[in-house]
Design a protein around this ligand. Structure first.
Ligand code: CA
Length: 220
């Protein structure tokens, strides 16, 4: 079983990540402090570490530095609250494999994790076709009828969820938890708003509203 270590001091994010990872078949451990993470890593070989930068004791950069100094080879994805370019550069130079800016959706995190864990990345299907629409997961672009369509990060995450589950009815709750993650208000109409944006770009008939149930991506 793949072992993932979550290093994060925020309770809400921790339990969200741990629950999600476990339901996707990963063994997920948690460390709330940098020192605790280092101790755990000295006894357990984790396959991947989700490493928050802002920790109460030793910060994420320092944890990463010490892990790499000990030749720990686990893939490391840094979690940063700030969209600071400096953090990304420092993280990647320090030996991180990837980074994610909070708030992120669980789907996006899962995609990054799978990418990092897969030994031969060339085998991953990166293109999903639905009718004349083509979603490229590697370049994160959508084209419809051969023309590139601009999508925001959130629209792309929403498109990816639908394209990965064609012909399947997705409820608002499923879409919220997959695309907006822990960072959403359950009462908001944000799903309908974003499905509206996506319909404009994909063609209105492509995503069908199922009364009282949710939405479905049509194949034909
Ligand atoms: Ca933190």
């Amino acid at each position: 079983m793949t072992r993932i270590l979550i290093v994060e001091d925020e309770e809400r994010i921790c339990s969200f990540l741990q629950k999600g990872l476990r339901s996707n078949g990963y063994a997920a451990s948690v460390a709330r402090l940098g020192q605790e993470a280092l101790t755990l890593c000295s006894t357990t070989n984790f396959d991947l570490i989700l490493l928050d930068i802002g920790l109460p004791d030793v910060n994420g950069f320092e944890v990463l530095r010490r892990l790499r100094a000990q030749k720990r080879r686990a893939a490391v994805i840094m979690l940063t609250a700030r969209d600071a370019v400096g953090d990304r550069v420092a993280g990647l130079e320090g030996g991180a494999d990837d980074y994610l800016t909070k708030p992120f959706s669980f789907d996006e995190l899962l995609a990054r994790i799978r990418l990092r864990l897969r030994p031969d990345r060339s085998e991953e299907p990166t293109i999903i076709k639905v009718g004349e629409a083509v979603l490229d997961l590697r370049t994160r672009t959508l084209s419809v009828g051969g023309k590139t369509v601009e999508l925001s990060a959130r629209e792309f995450a929403l498109a990816e969820l639908f394209f990965r589950h064609p012909r399947q009815v997705l409820s608002r709750e499923q879409v919220l938890s997959n695309v907006w993650g822990y960072d959403y208000d359950p009462g908001s109409n944000v799903v309908d708003v974003y499905v509206g944006y996506l319909r404009k770009k994909l063609g209105k008939e492509r995503i069908k509203a199922m009364r009282g149930m949710g939405y479905r991506l049509e194949m034909g």
